[in-house]
Structures are given as structure tokens and as C-alpha cells.
Design a protein around this ligand. Structure first.
Ligand SMILES: [Zn+2]
Length: 466
């Protein structure tokens, strides 16, 4: 959109689900008397909107009307229905909620526990703990992670459950995420000591799919396949079954030099596609990157875990230059420590410019896209979330520009990528439901949750060391 048109909109009109309306027409939209649920309806007023939608763009001193979880209008002269809750947005930035496209929530109780010798390294450590986890531990780990996610401005998560010993262990994630109010893709994976001759649990998958699709409680959740590795002999038939069930597919591939060629193998079997999210890809070759572009396959980078474990640097520029849809993830807090997607955006932008030896190589807006609309595309949810425009669901966050680390600048994109931290997230809503307000979680008591997580961690540690 050119600046002239943007200014015209800024000054004279608003956006509605029917499209842009000039100011006079906006008066036709009277919401007085309209039905709304006060739990999922509110007006944000006088805010600086970073919509990440090409039509809406950025708008200063604007208002956003949310009714029943849906974005109804964005503009300067909204007449909200009487009695709707009002959120003051002056001095703040409102943007889409951050989308995490790869996280093993169950490992969250093991934060920063990847050690510095072979026996305590990430894989053997998590494998040992995975065997002593109970279903209650799976539930608690997901709850601990979900609370951190909301606190950090994440509104949508792809949870790759790879301690899926039985359907109950996966339902632990589903129930927790549904109760937390997050939007999510839950992936039914395998588990660390799963024998290669044990079939993928399609009985459990079907059972959970039926439950999720039949019950309103799970309306923000989708079940996908957390695929076994590229070398698994029944991979193609697993993917075929998943696709028949309408599930998206996620696989770790070409993460290390030793795994070079895995994306090529998937391409050779004609498995890649728009419903596939490849995790890591640090060792992807130029031709594999082109295959991903050609087939519309998505890539999720998790730079903190990839770098910490020694997979190498995320080849962000090669993927970006090829036009592959790039998303981001926390992956696993035993390696990444926390769930700060602001720092992931900043790291990727800095890596990109460093590699290009170019101060201007990656625009901050490109980094923000990776954590918002690109993530929504990766999860097949871009019609409902990932950007803010009328007709989409209200998954949004507000960053208040009154903190020592987050103030003074008039460059909001750079501020979001370079300066913002989870502590600056003042307000979070998912599907119109307010999950953080005035800097406080509405659905969790962090103190109790931390006590529970500490107790579970110490109990698990004793069991592992027995
Ligand atoms: Zn992973």
C-alpha cells in the first residue's frame, strides 16, 4: 500500500470485515444493541497498530473493535456498542500474538538441564526423564509452558509431543492448552525409546481426533502428526494415513551434517507439500531448499536450541532468498532456556545481516513475519490468525512503551525486534479472551505453578537417579 492511500485511511476511514469503508459509510455500522459476550469482546482505543496485514498496514492512534472473539473493525471513528469493555492503548503497540511453530512442551520441567558431559547431554538426559514422567507430569509441564508462553506474548503453539507413550499423554497437552485458552496444533509423535518395529499409534490418533472434533472445548486445537525420522521404513504410509485423516505433518530433518540429504529423500518419495513443516534444516543443501520452495513446504528455525546443541547456524539467508516460508520456535527449554520469541527474532535478524555483511539485509518486518503470519501459514491457520484485520480472530498482544528497555523510539518494527522482552507484554488476548492484563496472567497463579513445577522436577530427578 502506498503512503498516500495509507494516510487517506488513517484520516478518513476504517476497515471492517466487508473491507475498507470510507468514513461516511462507517456510520452505517451501528453496533448499539448488538449481542456480544463480554468475555470475548472489547475495544482497544488510541493505539499504534502493527497489523502485519498488507491491506491494513500500520496505523497510529487507531482503535480495534473485537466482538465475540472476532476482529470487527479497525479505524479511527468506531462507534462501539454500549457497555463493551475498553482497553486503553495509548503509548502502546498492538500487534498479532506471536506464533511458536515448534516446541516440545513436555520437556519444560527440565529447563536448562542439558548438561556438559555425554551422559547428561540433551538427548540422553531427556530420554532418561521421559521414562519416569507420569500423565500428571505431562499435564503439569504443558501448563508450566503454556503460562510462560502467554506471559511472553505467544498466543499459538505447535506442541510436538514426543513423549506420546499413550493417547492419555497426548490428551494431557490437549486439555492443558484448551484450559489455558491458547490456540494450538498438538502433534502426536512417538517417544524416545520407541522400538522401530512398533507401529505409529494411529488408533490413539483416531481416538483423539474424534474427541477434538466433537467437543467445543477443543475449538482452538488441531491434531497433527509428529512424524518419525526420514529414515523410518513406514514413513510414506504414515504420511498417507495422516493426510487421509486431514492432519498436517511435522518432521525434524536435515538438522545436522550427519543427516544431510534427508529433505532430498522426502522429496524423492514425493512427500513434501504445503501441509509439511520441516524443523531445523541446518544442513539443507541449495537443491533441497529449492525443493521446499517448489512444493510449498515450510521451515521452522529454532536458533537457540540449534546453536546450543551444535547443529550449526540457521541458514536463514539461503532459505529467505529462495522464498521458503520461514517460521520460528522455542523447541525445548532444556536447551533454549526460555520461551522468548522476541529474542529469537532479534537473533535471526542479526545472524542474517552478519552473514550478508549488510546492515540492511533483513528488514525487521521480515523477522516479525516469521513470528506471526508466516507461523500461521505454517500451521495452516493464516485465515484465522497471524495478522490483524477484520474477519480474523482476535489473537493479539499489547506492548507498553513505558519501560526502561522499551521507550523513546518511533520505529516500532525495530523496537519489537531489537528492544522488546516478554516483560514488556502488558496484554494478551486469544480468540478474544483476555489471558494477560496489566502485565498479569488472568488464568494462572505463577507462584503456585512454579512451586508445583519445582516439586515435580525434584521428584523426577530423584527417580531418574535411583
Ligand atoms: Zn524438536
Amino acid at each position: 500500500m502506498d503512503q498516500g492511500r495509507r494516510n487517506f485511511i488513517k484520516n478518513t476511514g476504517l476497515f471492517t470485515a466487508a473491507g475498507f469503508l470510507p468514513l461516511e459509510l462507517s456510520f452505517l455500522n451501528s453496533f448499539s444493541g448488538a449481542d456480544f459476550d463480554p468475555e470475548t469482546s472489547f475495544l482497544v482505543q488510541n493505539t499504534h497498530l502493527i497489523s502485519m496485514d498488507e491491506q491494513v498496514g500500520d496505523m497510529e492512534n487507531t482503535s480495534i473493535l473485537i466482538m465475540n472473539g472476532e476482529i470487527i473493525e479497525i479505524g479511527h471513528d468506531i462507534s462501539p456498542p454500549a457497555g463493551i469493555p475498553v482497553i486503553e492503548g495509548s503509548g502502546a503497540i498492538v500487534m498479532p500474538g506471536l506464533i511458536d511453530c515448534h516446541w516440545h512442551l513436555w520437556t519444560s520441567l527440565l529447563r536448562s538441564m542439558a548438561g556438559y558431559n555425554e551422559g547428561q547431554a540433551y538427548f540422553p538426559m531427556t530420554a532418561a526423564y521421559s521414562k519416569v514422567y507420569t500423565q500428571q507430569d505431562m499435564e503439569l509441564a504443558a501448563r508450566y509452558a503454556a503460562a510462560e508462553a502467554i506471559n511472553s506474548g505467544i498466543t499459538c503453539i505447535s506442541d510436538f509431543n514426543h513423549n506420546a507413550r499413550n493417547p492419555g499423554f497426548v490428551m494431557a497437552s490437549c486439555n492443558t492448552l484448551a484450559d489455558a485458552g491458547l490456540r494450538a496444533q498438538v502433534l502426536y509423535g512417538g517417544y524416545r525409546d520407541q522400538p522401530s518395529n512398533e507401529a505409529t499409534h494411529f488408533d490413539g490418533i483416531t481416538e483423539i481426533l474424534q474427541e477434538l472434533r466433537a467437543n467445543e472445548k477443543y475449538k482452538l486445537l488441531e491434531l497433527g502428526l509428529g512424524s518419525r525420522g526420514a529414515g523410518y521404513e513406514h514413513l510414506a504410509s504414515d504420511w498417507e494415513k495422516a493426510r487421509e485423516l486431514g492432519m498436517r505433518i511435522v518432521i525434524h530433518a536435515s538438522s545436522t551434517d550427519a543427516q544431510k540429504g534427508q529433505i532430498q529423500q522426502l522429496y524423492n518419495k514425493d512427500l513434501l507439500g504445503k501441509d509439511v513443516n520441516i524443523i531445523h534444516g541446518n544442513a539443507a543443501t541449495p537443491s533441497e531448499i529449492n525443493y521446499m520452495k517448489e512444493t510449498g513446504t515450510h521451515l521452522t528455525m529454532t536458533p537457540y536450541s540449534e546453536m546450543r546443541i551444535g547443529y550449526g547456524l540457521p541458514p536463514v539467508n539461503s532459505f529467505h532468498a529462495a522464498g521458503v516460508n520461514l517460521a520460528v520456535g522455542v523447541d525445548t527449554t532444556p536447551l533454549s532456556g526460555n520461551a522468548d520469541l522476541f529474542s529469537v527474532m532479534k537473533l535471526l535478524l542479526n545472524l542474517a545481516n552478519a552473514e550478508a555483511k549488510d546492515e540492511f539485509y533483513l528488514k525487521p518486518s521480515e523477522a516479525i513475519k516469521m513470528a506471526t503470519i508466516n507461523g500461521a501459514r505454517t500451521l495452516g491457520m493464516d485465515e484465522i490468525t497471524g495478522s490483524l484485520r477484520p474477519g480474523k480472530r482476535a489473537d493479539l498482544i499489547m506492548l507498553k512503551k513505558d519501560d526502561l528497555n522499551f521507550s523513546t523510539s518511533d520505529q516500532p518494527h525495530s523496537l519489537i525486534v531489537e528492544a522488546a522482552q516478554p516483560a514488556n507484554v502488558d496484554f494478551v488476548a486469544v480468540d478474544g479472551r483476555i489471558l494477560k492484563k496489566d502485565g498479569k496472567l488472568t488464568n494462572f497463579d505463577p507462584e503456585t505453578l512454579v512451586e508445583e513445577a519445582e516439586a515435580a522436577f525434584h521428584r523426577l530427578k530423584r527417580e531418574v537417579n535411583q
